[in-house]
Write a protein that binds this ligand. Structure first.
Ligand SMILES: Cc1cc2nc3c(=O)[nH]c(=O)nc-3n(C[C@H](O)[C@H](O)[C@H](O)COP(=O)(O)OP(=O)(O)OC[C@H]3O[C@@H](n4cnc5c(N)ncnc54)[C@H](O)[C@@H]3O)c2cc1C
Length: 264
């Protein structure tokens, strides 16, 4: 029976986020928070693996209290257990501090055979977390997984297809293994009403910095975060394009060629 962990993040819907032109910080007020879309693909891969081989799926997130909603979404979509790591002391964490808290807490929950992550988050989008988590879990890592082909619990291996720029590669890694998942083959399922209702009242396990034994306070939150972001700004807009509308396709082409000829 497989013990599977899925790391998920609640993110602001970036399509609705704006950047404050004066402070350069994200204006999150009033912006709905959603489950990071690529994490929904990772969860689907985990749940299908559980359905094929047996076992259980735990979802874990470090975030504010509201991130419980993202966990409930995961419970509705097939996760068995949900864990929220939330504390003001975790604020201002960079990826190093975030991965430290997640792995220290996850080790209290048991040992995991497979760990699934999204490829990147919609907001931070560093893509650094998976490798840091794999290192801290002392796990092998398969990135860009598009299909989990086989898990051999006796040989302690997982075989998966990886989506590369020029094709697909079959790779085998030792368990425990952390996989980042491509969205290609793992479209998230739509929960049925029964599981959605159950997820509304399901228990969510909470950990704070005080309830994770042995947590080194020098490695969490701001003190544990060597990355500093001096400035955030939207991309500068280049000059706008020009629409050529001369009345017919032939005239448009003629006008375009004339403009190009002017630039030679
Ligand atoms: C200086 C600095 C200060 C910051 N302060 C804050 C802050 O106060 N509050 C805050 O929310 N963020 C803060 N962040 C952002 C936070 O550090 C990152 O969002 C987080 O470390 C993950 O990095 P990422 O979003 O680039 O993840 P990526 O590496 O792009 O994510 C890859 C995958 O890792 C997993 N993952 C990512 N984040 C989490 C998570 N939190 N829990 C579980 N799994 C996860 C998911 O599977 C995700 O798909 C700060 C970042 C910096 C650099």
């Amino acid at each position: 029976m497989l013990n599977i962990l899925v790391c998920v993040k609640q993110v602001p819907d970036v399509n609705l986020v704006k950047i404050d032109p004066v402070t350069g910080s994200l204006i999150r007020a009033g912006v709905p928070a959603i489950l990071n879309p690529l994490d929904a693909n990772a969860l689907e891969a985990a749940v299908r693996t559980k359905e094929k081989y047996g076992g259980s799926v735990t979802v874990i997130t470090m975030g504010p209290d509201q991130a419980a909603e993202a966990l409930r979404e995961c419970l509705a979509a097939g996760a068995d257990r949900a864990v929220l790591l939330s504390d003001r002391a975790f604020a201002n964490a960079d990826t190093l501090a975030t991965s430290y808290v997640i792995v220290t807490a996850a080790k209290l929950l048991g040992s995991f055979d497979l760990i699934f992550c999204g490829k990147e988050s919609l907001d931070g989008a560093t893509g650094q977390m998976a490798s840091q988590l794999a290192e801290r879990f002392d796990a092998s890592q398969l990135s860009s997984v598009c299909t989990v082909l086989e898990v051999d619990e006796d040989k302690r291996t997982v075989t998966a297809e990886r989506e590369l720029a020029l094709g697909v590669e079959t790779a085998r890694a030792l368990l425990p293994c952390l996989m980042t998942v491509e969205k290609t083959n793992y479209r998230p399922r739509i929960p049925n009403l029964k599981s959605w209702k159950a997820s509304r009242t399901a228990a969510i396990e909470m950990f704070t910095s005080d309830t994770i034994p042995g947590l080194d306070r020098a490695q969490i939150g701001d003190p544990g975060s060597p990355t500093k972001v001096p400035r955030t700004y939207p991309p500068e807009k280049g000059p706008g394009g020009e629409m050529i509308r001369e009345g017919s396709a032939a005239k448009d082409v003629e006008a375009l060629l004339a403009r190009l000829a002017d630039k030679l």
